[in-house]
Design a protein around this ligand. Structure first.
Ligand code: SAM
Length: 212
């Protein structure tokens, strides 16, 4: 799981460091004791999150989970829909990071399930809510890459899908929704009274405006 010590930092490592820093600040400020990550891939972010109990959900982990699991580090090799459907009644999480399948329907379903499975003060971070260009926002990754290549090489391999659409149903008077700007631009945004302030990838945070 995650990068090997001694490797030179690359953009993915930087992304994992920034995202986990943001999550760790939220976790520390809120006293989070349980963390759920939907879509984990190599575990670059997951491995850096410092919360007592951590649960990773991914249909296919590209590393041997048995090398990393223990009583408080749980790997659920399945889709997020299967995971939520099988959760014991009453199980909730203090902090949730949604970074699974980048389609609106799946992300919205993950968000709704996360709301049900988190306590009233728990923030839910949703990644990939700001596409980097028009190609990145296409639902089909193959189409995104083909159209971008046809437009001329620009060195980008980004695909965020239409995850950005979740911002619309999430903007209500009961729910807070804010989006961090790209760390690459050096922009800083204050969230939830400050604990998540700092650099990081483009993702959005949702929280209840009046917990309880
Ligand atoms: C962008 S990667 C996750 C990166 C990771 N959160 C990090 O910060 O390093 C997206 C992951 O979502 C997983 N995924 C795809 N469909 C999924 C689903 N239905 N439920 C959960 N995870 C899914 C993919 O297998 C992939 O590993």
């Amino acid at each position: 799981m995650t990068e090997q010590a001694g490797e030179l930092p690359d953009p993915w490592v930087m992304q994992h460091e920034f995202t986990s820093k943001r999550l760790n600040r939220l976790a520390a400020a809120l006293g989070a004791k349980s963390y759920l990550e939907i879509g984990v891939h190599t575990g670059g972010t997951f491995a850096r999150v410092q919360v007592a109990e951590r649960t990773a959900v991914d249909p296919a982990f590209p590393f041997p989970v048995s090398d990393h699991e223990d009583d408080v580090t749980i790997f659920a090799e399945m889709t997020s829909d299967e995971f939520f459907a099988g959760l014991p009644a009453g199980k909730t999480y203090d902090l949730v990071f949604i970074d699974g399948l980048h389609t609106f329907e799946q992300t919205y379903r993950d968000l709704c399930n996360a709301i049900v499975r988190s306590h009233p003060a728990a923030p839910i971070l949703v990644d990939d809510t700001v596409p980097s260009d028009v190609y990145s926002a296409l639902r089909d990754p193959e189409q995104a890459f083909a159209f971008r290549a046809a437009a001329g090489p620009d060195g980008s391999a980004a695909w965020h899908g239409d995850t950005f659409k979740v911002s619309s149903p999430c903007t209500t008077s009961t729910w807070g929704w804010t989006t961090a700007r790209s760390w690459a631009r050096g922009t800083r945004r204050r969230w939830c009274g400050g604990p998540a302030r700092g650099a990081g990838g483009r993702c959005s945070t949702r929280w209840r405006r009046s917990p309880g």
